[in-house]
Design a protein around this ligand. Structure first.
Ligand code: HAM
Length: 419
């Protein structure tokens, strides 16, 4: 017997039972993004490896150990399946000179790849919605992104997602903080774990990002970046907070929030829920003002966020959010000789009136067709036999709850069902 081929570990199929919720989610995203004036951008899943190394940063979990990188067997190019969307989006914006036309509000949705240990809410192929606002320097755009996310939770009917904020300042401020942090961590070097020791000099800020419980006390007492911010950075951060308060959006400041990618400056944020276990961050982002220039574009301020679609869908399930019913409105049952054309025309006419119609195909008795109609979840069966054809009519039979069946002209059937 041949062995059945399975999907790659950590990469999931989305089957019809689940894809209804995915489509509801995707539809909501399209309307939501458009309602804030964001336009869709689509980039390839594969990019030059150097794009991600240069943007995400060499000393990050993603670049050090999670990227799906390979050499193109035909020409030796070093390529990587995108682990996130910001770098690809900026590469496209720079390549096509989009900023020439002024600031850009962009969004994208699609697969990302990270070789992480799979668990609930964490996969090797996962999907993100990303938003990037390019060319805006003030705190108002940071606030817009956060107001936008808060409104998405409302549109999706999600509760209990908390906003955490921090400011990472400018690179000069981080350099001063970094010196102090290295001096502090050196005093605790013996207690650090392997990652901590390795990152002490290469990326000490990331040492504070550890999940290791044994290091929490050391991290909590470490010098705080907030104490190294100058007036302009402080004013920017306060500006964001003032706008959030004016919009009644609750938040907490988390001085330990540094994000897992190196390109951020000033405002960073995460939306976190306690209802998904350890993978509770459903959305993360912030400003990344230096990145466009680093990737070869003209210096342009920028900020954005990414959210994990699988995590949000898990939360939708966990919180019992009602999603639209994917069942057809009508199951079309028919029996008789030479009536196929009439049945097809009826089905098309009902669909043209906006109804979802599932037409029975294949030979089957009336009774077994009615069983299929019940199982389909349709609210109505439309029955067609030779009598109906002769009269230019159909029989409309309610399937859920009460109600008499009625024989009506085809043109009246849709109105009756849509009532
Ligand atoms: P990130 O924090 O690495 O940021 O990812 C954003 C979100 O993607 C996470 O908060 C999480 O919900 C989801 N996510 C990440 N890894 C996985 C995984 N292995 N399985 C399931 N979900 C996952 C970024 O990617 C940035 N590009 C966000 C951004 C856009 N910043 C500015 N603009």
């Amino acid at each position: 017997m041949s062995v059945k081929i399975q999907a790659v570990k950590g990469m999931n199929d989305i089957l019809p039972g689940d894809s209804d919720t995915w489509q509801f989610f995707e539809e909501t995203i399209r309307e939501w993004a458009a309602s804030y004036g964001y336009r869709n951008i689509r980039t390839p899943i594969v990019e030059d490896t150097s794009l991600f190394v240069r943007s995400i940063g060499e000393v990050t979990d993603i670049v050090e150990k999670e990227m799906y990188s390979f050499e193109d067997a035909l020409n030796g190019d070093k390529l990587t399946l995108r682990p996130e969307g910001t770098a690809s989006c900026l590469r496209a914006v720079i390549q096509h000179n989009l900023l020439h036309a002024g600031p850009q509000r962009l969004w994208y949705m699609g697969q990302m790849y990270r070789h992480e240990r799979p668990q609930k809410g964490r996969y090797r192929q996962f999907h993100q919605v990303g938003i990037e606002a390019l060319g805006f320097a003030g705190p108002d755009i940071d606030a817009e992104l956060l107001v936008m996310t808060a409104s998405l939770w409302k549109r999706l009917g999600l509760r209990n997602i908390e906003l955490q904020l921090n400011s990472l300042g400018t690179s000069e401020e981080r350099a001063r903080h970094r010196d102090a942090l290295i001096r502090y961590l050196e005093q605790h070097q013996a207690a650090l774990d392997e990652d901590g020791k390795r990152r002490l000099y290469t990326n000490p800020l990331r040492v504070l990002d550890t999940k290791n419980p044994a290091l929490q006390d050391i991290c909590n007492a470490a010098p705080k970046l907030a104490d190294y911010l100058d007036d302009a950075s402080r004013a920017h951060f306060e500006g964001v907070q003032a706008l959030l308060s004016a919009c009644d959006i609750e938040f907490s400041i988390n001085p330990r929030l540094v994000r897992g990618l190196d390109y951020y400056n000033l405002t960073v944020f995460e939306w976190v829920t306690t209802e998904l276990g350890s993978q509770g961050t459903v959305c993360g982002g912030g400003r990344y003002d230096p990145l466009i220039e680093q990737l070869g574009g003209k210096p342009t301020p920028a900020c954005g966020f990414g959210m994990g679609i699988e995590r949000l869908l898990l939360l939708i399930q966990e919180q019992g959010v009602a999603t639209p019913d994917a069942a057809p409105d009508v199951y079309l049952v028919s029996q008789g000789q030479g009536i196929g054309g009439y049945v097809f025309q009826t089905a098309e006419a009902l669909r043209a009136s906006g109804l979802k119609v599932q037409q029975h195909c294949g030979e089957a008795s009336f009774k077994s067709q009615m069983k299929k109609a019940d199982a389909s979840g349709a609210r109505f069966a439309v029955l067609i036999g030779e009598n109906e054809v002769g009269a230019g009519e159909v029989t409309v039979k309610p399937l859920l709850g009460q109600g008499e069946q009625q024989r009506v002209k085809i043109q009246q059937a849709a109105a009756l069902i849509l009532q």
